[in-house]
Design a protein around this ligand. Structure first.
Ligand code: SAM
Length: 246
């Protein structure tokens, strides 16, 4: 049985897909999807030998060697262009996910869907998608074992207008305008849906940001003071968004 987080990722993989799961660790996601008959072919990519061995064992134990290739390599280097329809990258930081996608741009041609689950730094994933012309299609937030996760899906963007509309300054209740930086940070769909878990996430993010702001404010360096002021502004904007939606 998959964890709630992996199950929600699995639920977003369309039937009949050829999948690459990058940073697959024990290959739990592709083996589950192959067993369920959702994927017709899978690549479990791993850069580290330990998880690579674990993935190889898991695929063997499930008797899925014909359906799933376990490959050792960095990010998208393990796949050929046109080999898969969907790529999942889950359980790592947003900056690492963005850098894996960026380094593997040439492998993304023909890919119909990205399913990304950053543990932190979701804004960096949204920014990369936006800059590279991928349309963010859905955002989901969930809590499991006291941790909060976001799952983002994206498809190649056929209509630039839609992409622009996604991050257009948004007016909330009371005429409050949310700018692009906050939409990238807090999620354009999540802001609209404002689920309870998302409020809790941002309440705790505000506590962390206030601590960083306070520490930077103590420094005598001009750059730190400027950064502190910038974070203060960010805190203000986040609070205003939450206040409008509560
Ligand atoms: N995707 C699984 C999940 O969500 O449960 C496993 C997440 S695990 C915390 C992150 C995995 O990513 C590790 O096994 C690590 O070795 C792998 N990894 C980190 N950087 C990678 C890279 N550049 N290319 C491929 N795998 C990577």
């Amino acid at each position: 049985k998959l964890s709630k987080r992996l199950q929600m990722i699995a639920d977003r993989v369309p039937a009949g897909t050829r999948l690459a799961d990058i940073g697959s660790d024990h290959a739990l996601l592709p083996t589950y999807l192959a067993q369920q008959g959702v994927i017709t072919f899978g690549v479990a990519g791993e850069v580290n030998p330990g998880p690579f061995d674990a993935a190889t064992r898991q695929v063997m134990e499930c008797g899925l060697q014909a359906a799933i290739n376990v490959r050792l390599g960095d990010g998208l280097a393990v796949i050929q262009p046109g080999e898969v329809d969907v790529i999942t990258i889950a359980g790592m930081g947003g900056s690492l996910i963005a850098s894996i996608l960026d380094a593997g741009k040439s492998k993304l041609q023909g890919v119909a869907k990205l399913i990304l689950q950053p543990n932190v730094g979701e804004d960096q994933v949204r920014r990369w998608l936006d800059e590279q012309g991928w349309l963010l299609e859905s955002e989901t937030i969930l809590e499991e074992d006291g941790k909060i996760y976001e799952i983002l899906t994206a498809s190649p963007n056929g209509a630039p207008v839609t992409l622009e509309a996604l991050y257009q300054d948004r007016e909330l209740i009371g005429g409050k305008v949310v700018n692009k930086a906050r939409l990238l940070q807090m999620g354009p769909y999540l802001i609209t849906q404002a689920p309870e878990v998302w409020f809790r996430k941002w309440e705790s993010e505000l506590v962390k940001l206030a601590m960083i702001e306070g520490q930077l404010a103590l420094s005598t360096a001009e750059a730190s003071k400027a950064k502190s002021e910038q974070i203060g502004q960010e805190i203000q904007e986040i609070k205003e968004v939450l206040a409008c939606l509560q």
